[in-house]
Design a protein. Structure first.
Length: 223
């Protein structure tokens, strides 16, 4: 049964899986290293802009949270084996002010060679606890969630959404577990610019998961 007692009234919800050629274990290991190095701060890359909704969440909540749930189903081939992978090297707040990326942060994403994107996004997160997924009692039904701005149900394709939760008759649908949770930290949400290719390392014989992991560990200068 979903545990509604501990579900926040409103929160940012993001579903995660394989991305930029990395599996979930690699991603969480890298994010945990980032969190430790940045004294609790880590950036979580997302593909869609939720800036206005984050603004509303911050207005309603003194301590806005983000809940992370594993994606149900198999990863897409484009995420498992992307055409290319880029690291995002500049950032700005939703108001357009420049944001200095934390020294130990690296946000990567898949990139299309034929139609490259110029913008990506990230949540600015903080956690005093390790990013270790575990069996959680915090569960909620997909049908109980509503987009915070429109009040409409969350769409199946909305990987990241800012939502309100309800235990009314709208309940139903798949049950998700929040295997990780963190606070959102100022400026909460950033727009990323200037993607730089993550080079293939060691004679181009490594897979993307190894290449991206090595790039972060070695703190490659993408400028």
């Amino acid at each position: 049964m979903p545990n509604y007692m501990n579900v926040p009234d409103c929160f940012c919800w993001t579903r995660f899986g394989s991305e930029a050629g990395q599996g979930i274990e690699h991603i969480l290991r890298r994010k945990e290293e980032e969190r430790v190095a940045n004294q609790g701060v880590f950036l979580w890359g997302i593909g869609n802009s939720v800036g206005a909704a984050i603004g509303e969440l911050v207005r309603r909540c003194g301590s806005p949270e983000v809940l992370f749930s594993p994606i149900k189903g198999c990863a897409k081939q484009m995420d498992v084996a992307p055409e290319s992978v880029v690291a995002w090297t500049r950032a700005e707040t939703i108001d357009g002010h420049e944001f200095l990326l934390p020294a130990h942060s690296l946000v990567t994403s898949r990139q299309s060679i034929s139609s490259p994107k110029r913008t990506h996004y990230a949540l600015v997160c903080f956690s005093e606890s390790p990013l270790t997924p575990g069996e959680s009692s915090l569960r909620f039904s997909f049908g109980a969630l509503r987009n915070i701005l429109s009040g409409k149900p969350v769409g199946a394709s909305q990987v990241t959404a800012v939502v309100t939760s309800t235990v009314s008759g709208a309940d139903g649908g798949p049950v998700y577990e929040a295997s990780l949770r963190a606070n959102l930290a100022y400026p909460f949400f950033i727009r990323l610019r200037e993607p730089r290719p993550v080079p293939s390392l060691a004679g181009a014989k490594q897979d993307w998961a190894t290449a991206v992991q090595s790039a972060w560990q070695r703190k490659i200068n993408f400028a």
